[in-house]
Write a protein that binds this ligand. Sequence first.
Ligand code: SAM
Length: 273
Amino acid sequence: MFFLPKTAVNIKYSFMEINKIYNENCLQTMAAMPTNFVDMVLTSPPYDDLREYDGYHFDFEPIAQALFRVVKDGGVVIWVVADRTINGSETGSSFRQALYFKQIGFNIHDTMIYAKNNPIPSDCGKRYRQAFEYIFCFSKGQPKTFNPITQAIKQEKAFKSFRITKDGRNDLSHDHVAPKERKVNNIFSYNVGTSSSRDKIAFQHPAIFPEQLAHDQILTWSKEGDLVYDCFMGSGTTAKMAQQLNRNWLGSELSADYVGIALERLGIAKSML
Ligand SMILES: C[S@@+](CC[C@H](N)C(=O)[O-])C[C@H]1O[C@@H](n2cnc3c(N)ncnc32)[C@H](O)[C@@H]1O
């Protein structure tokens, strides 16, 4: 059992420190982790080499396999991804990656959509304007934690329900307590760009995901004290939101510049690297 991160301090274990960003390839970080170590992964991989992060080519399959080893039974990987469009046609990498995760033992538990309220304007040729990414939830067995986000149901809409009796008739006369709220659907809409974080420094990274997205996913699939890992930590959005939600966290990031941005967002001194 881990301690709750009351403050952003590194917690030392015999094998590795947590609440820390490792400035290295995630394969190296995961190699140091015991099997069945993290409760949840929330990450967004480099898409189709769309951006060359310090010239590094993303090595997907070994990373997926390492994730399967370090995630606990009942843990999940939340994989936020989209496809590059080349010559007017989508690469299909998102689907290929999802099927690979399934092939190595994960369930494709939920395919959610991250819809962008204000997508970057671009000429999409003979296609509709691109306005979403996938949020895949890959689970190792059935998820051990699920705290769904709910919304209130307006009472007049809620009551239109009936029960089928044993002989197949509709029974409208039974006592029915109308539910007051229900789970939200699996399309999540967020603002992108400068309204996705208050931290100006975060935008020195070219591809952050919205803080609210990280908040919603961490809240849903983990509980206080759990360990949340981001293998592509970027500007530190996952760590920041995990810390706010009293989860432990751990990250890997190749670029020292991005680690610097993340530590500044977290209010952690660089000397803790
Ligand atoms: C799409 S960005 C993640 C952005 C992040 N979600 C945020 O909100 O800031 C992907 C990041 O992965 C890093 N990266 C790419 N390959 C990596 C690897 N093998 N190990 C660790 N980091 C890697 C890149 O430098 C980049 O910052």
